[in-house]
Design a protein around this ligand. Structure first.
Ligand code: ADP
Ligand code: MG
Length: 630
C-alpha cells in the first residue's frame, strides 16, 4: 500500500501571535482517563496529590446536581448506583435504539420533539443526561487538574479516540470537549498517540503494531511509518474483552471454591460487585507477585482463596488467546506477517499481566515496547501532538476508515465507495446512473458496513439529488463523491455530470453505532460473505428482470399494434412467468424466465426498430434520404 499524498492539515487553527495558553493531551478512557502536557518536547502526565495520574472514568451526581469525578465517584458507586455512572465511553455516539441500559442504569428516551438527535440519555442522579454531558463532566475535571498544575487557563486539547470510532462517536467526543470549554485541535487515534509517545515518528520507517488491552476493551492496530508520518493500516478488536474479564474469571473461581467448601455463594448485587473487586485486587497483585490470596467478604461469611501465577495464567489463557487470534486476523487482513512488524507498543493497564506480555512477544518474535507506563502512554502522545499543533508543526497523522462507506443502489445492494481500511483524509468518487426514463430525482442513501445489502449495514444519511433533466434510463451520469477528513468525518457530494446539477451533505450522524455493533458488523461480514454473494446475485437478477419488464411495458404502451393476438398472449404469458419467478428466491429460474421473455420479444423488438427507422426517415427529402443511407 502506498502512502497517500499529504494534504494540508486544513482544520488545524494556527496559533495566534503572542498566545501562551498551553494545549493539553487527553486520553478519555472507558475505565480510566489521563491528562498530560508537553512543554519544550518534555512530556508528563498530570497527577493528583497522591501522585496518581489515572482518573477513573466514573461520575457521581449529588442531589444538588454537582458532579464528582474519579476515585471519589468510584467510592460511592456500590452504595449509590443510581447516582453513579461508569463506562460512558461505550455510549458515545449511540442512539436510543442502540441501548436500553448500561451498568445497571436505565437509559431514558429523549422527549419527542427535542430535535437534534435521538441520542441516548441515562437517568442518573435524578435527571436524564446524555453521554456527551457525562463525558464533559470528566473532561472538566481533567481540564481543572491541568489548570491547577500549570497555573494557566487551558482552552485547547488533543483528545484521543479509538481508531474504529465512527462519525457519530467522534462528533460526540468533540461536542463533549466543547461543553467542557475545550476546543479540540485534533481527534487523534489512540494507537497513533501511543506510537508518538514512543517517538516512533522519529524511528526506523516500517510497520508498527499497537496492542491495547484496557479494562473492558481490546484494540489492535497496525501503523505504517514513512517519512515521519503515520498511517493506520488496519484495526481490529473486541469491544467486550479486557481486564474486567480477568477479574471475572478469578471471582468465579473463588466462588466455585466457596461452594465446594459448603459456604453460601454471592447472594446480592453487592456481593457480586465485591467479589469482582477482590478478583481485580488479586489480579493486579499477581502481576508482581508469584502468589496471592483473594478474600471474599460476602454476606454469607468471609473466605480466603490462595492462587498462584500458573493457576491465574491457566484461567485467563483463553481470554489472552482471543486477543492473539484478533492480532493474527488483522495482520492477515493487511497481508502482513508478524515478522514484518518492526516494533510492538503495549497500551492499557491489562498489558501489565505477564502472560499477556509473553504471548505478544511470542507472536511477534520480539519483546514488546513497554518502558512507558501503559496507562499513560496514550495521553502522553496526545500531549506531544497538542504541542506540535500549537507550535504550527505540520505533522499529519493518517488514519483509516474503520468500516466501508457506500451508497445503496437498486434492489438494496450496497456499492462501496470507500472501502474499509482506506487511509484518510481521502476523497473517492463513483458514477451512478438513473434507472427509469425521465427520472428527475435520485435518492441517495449513505451506509456504513461490510455487508452486501444496505439493510444489513448502518444507515448514515439520506438525501436527494433533484433537478435531473429528463433523460433515458442510464443516460444520466451522477458522480457521487465521498470525502473523509483528517478527523474521520464524512461529507458526501453528488453531481449530475451532463447538467452540473449538484447536492452536498455533511453526514450528520444519526447517533450512532456502538463499538459492539462495529465489531459485530465486521465479524458478520466475514461469516456471511457467501450468503451475501448469493443474496447479491439474486437481487441483481431481480433488478435485471424488472428492467426488462419495464422496457416491455414501455414498448407495449406505444407499439402494441405491431403484435397479433396470439403473439401478445404469448408475450404476456412469458412476462407473468417472469413476475412469478421474481417473487421466489431461485436466481436461476429468474434468469431463465428473463431469457425466455427476451427471446420471445425479439420479433417485437425488430418490428419496432423497423417502424422507428421508417418514422425517422419519413418526411425527409430524397437527397437527405440518400445521404442518410449512404
Ligand atoms: P481503559 O483504556 O479501558 O480506560 P486502562 O488502560 O486504564 O483502561 O486499563 C484498566 C485495566 O488495567 C483494569 O482492568 C485494571 O485492573 C488493569 N490493571 C491496572 N493495573 C494492573 C496491574 N498491575 N496488573 C494487571 N492489571 C492491571
Ligand atoms: Mg485506554
Amino acid at each position: 500500500m502506498t502512502l497517500l499524498e499529504i494534504h494540508e492539515p486544513g482544520e488545524t487553527p494556527l496559533p495566534h501571535a503572542g498566545e501562551e495558553t498551553p494545549a493539553i493531551g487527553v486520553d478519555l478512557g472507558t475505565t480510566n482517563s489521563v491528562v498530560a502536557v508537553a512543554r519544550d518536547g518534555k512530556v508528563e502526565a498530570l497527577r493528583d496529590d497522591h501522585g496518581k495520574a489515572l482518573v477513573p472514568s466514573v461520575v457521581y451526581y449529588a442531589s444538588d446536581g454537582a458532579a464528582a469525578v474519579g476515585s471519589a465517584a468510584q467510592a460511592r458507586q456500590a452504595a449509590e448506583p443510581d447516582r453513579t455512572v461508569s463506562s460512558i465511553k461505550r455510549l458515545m455516539g449511540r442512539g436510543v435504539a442502540d441501548v436500553t441500559e448500561v451498568g445497571g442504569i436505565r437509559a431514558d428516551e429523549v422527549e419527542p420533539g427535542s430535535g437534534v438527535t435521538d441520542m441516548v440519555r441515562l437517568r442518573v442522579g435524578g435527571r436524564a443526561r446524555t453521554p456527551v454531558e457525562i463525558s464533559a463532566d470528566i473532561l472538566r475535571t481533567l481540564r481543572a487538574r491541568a489548570e491547577a498544575a500549570l497555573g494557566k487557563t487551558v482552552e485547547r486539547a488533543v483528545v484521543t479516540v479509538p481508531a474504529y470510532f465512527d462519525d457519530a462517536a467522534r462528533t460526540a467526543t468533540r461536542d463533549a470537549a466543547r461543553l467542557a470549554g475545550l476546543e479540540v485541535l485534533r481527534l487523534v487515534n489512540e494507537p497513533t498517540a501511543a506510537a508518538l509517545a514512543y517517538g516512533l515518528d522519529k524511528a526506523v520507517e516500517g510497520i508498527y503494531a499497537v496492542y491495547d488491552l484496557g479494562g473492558g476493551t481490546f484494540d489492535f492496530s497496525l501503523l505504517r511509518l514513512e517519512k515521519g508520518v503515520f498511517q493506520v493500516l488496519a484495526t481490529g478488536g473486541d469491544a467486550a474483552l479486557g481486564g474486567d474479564d480477568f477479574d471475572h474469571a478469578l471471582a468465579e473461581r473463588a466462588l466455585a471454591e466457596r461452594t465446594a467448601r459448603g459456604l453460601p455463594g454471592a447472594a446480592s448485587a453487592g456481593d457480586a460487585k465485591s467479589a469482582l473487586l477482590a478478583g481485580r485486587q488479586a489480579k493486579e497483585a499477581l502481576t508482581a507477585a508469584e502468589r496471592t490470596e483473594l478474600t471474599l467478604a460476602l454476606d454469607g461469611g468471609t473466605s480466603v482463596h490462595a492462587i498462584d501465577r500458573p493457576a491465574f495464567d491457566g484461567l485467563v489463557a483463553p481470554l489472552v488467546e482471543r486477543t492473539i487470534a484478533i492480532c493474527a486476523r488483522v495482520l492477515a487482513d493487511a497481508a502482513l506477517d508478524p515478522v514484518d512488524v518492526n516494533g510492538v507498543v503495549l497500551v492499557g493497564g491489562s498489558t501489565r499481566v505477564p502472560l499477556v506480555r509473553q504471548r505478544v512477544a511470542v507472536l511477534f518474535g520480539k519483546p514488546p515496547l513497554a518502558d512507558i507506563d501503559p496507562d499513560e502512554v496514550v495521553a502522553l502522545g496526545a500531549a506531544l501532538q497538542a504541542e506540535a499543533l500549537t507550535a504550527g508543526s505540520d505533522t499529519l497523522l493518517l488514519d483509516v476508515t474503520p468500516l466501508s462507506l457506500g451508497i445503496e443502489t437498486m434492489g438494496g445492494i450496497v456499492e462501496k465507495v470507500i472501502p474499509r481500511n482506506t487511509p484518510i483524509p481521502v476523497s473517492l468518487a463513483q458514477e451512478f446512473t438513473t434507472y427509469q426514463d425521465g427520472q428527475g430525482a435520485m435518492a441517495l442513501h449513505v451506509v456504513q458496513g461490510e455487508r452486501e445489502m444496505a439493510a444489513d449495514c448502518r444507515s448514515l444519511a439520506r438525501f436527494e439529488l433533484q433537478g435531473i433533466p429528463p433523460m433515458a434510463a442510464g443516460a444520466a451520469r451522477i458522480r457521487v463523491t465521498f470525502t473523509v477528513d483528517a478527523d474521520g468525518l464524512l461529507t458526501v457530494a453528488a453531481q449530475e455530470k451532463t447538467t452540473g446539477v449538484a447536492q452536498r451533505v455533511e453526514v450528520k450522524p444519526t447517533y450512532g453505532i456502538s463499538e459492539e455493533d462495529m465489531a459485530r458488523m465486521l465479524y458478520d461480514s466475514l461469516e456471511h460473505a457467501e450468503d451475501d454473494m448469493e443474496g447479491r446475485l439474486l437481487v441483481e437478477a431481480r433488478v435485471e428482470a424488472e428492467r426488462l419488464l419495464l422496457a416491455l411495458d414501455a414498448a407495449l404502451a406505444v407499439d402494441a399494434d405491431l403484435l397479433d393476438g396470439a403473439e401478445r398472449t404469448d408475450l404476456d404469458a412469458d412476462a407473468s412467468r417472469l413476475r412469478a419467478a421474481m417473487a421466489d428466491t431461485d436466481r436461476e429460474a429468474i434468469n431463465a424466465a428473463a431469457q425466455a421473455l427476451e427471446a420471445r420479444s425479439k420479433t417485437f423488438a425488430e418490428r419496432r426498430m423497423d417502424r422507428g427507422v421508417r418514422k425517422a426517415l419519413s418526411g425527409l427529402s430524397l437527397d437527405q434520404l440518400e445521404s442518410k443511407v449512404g
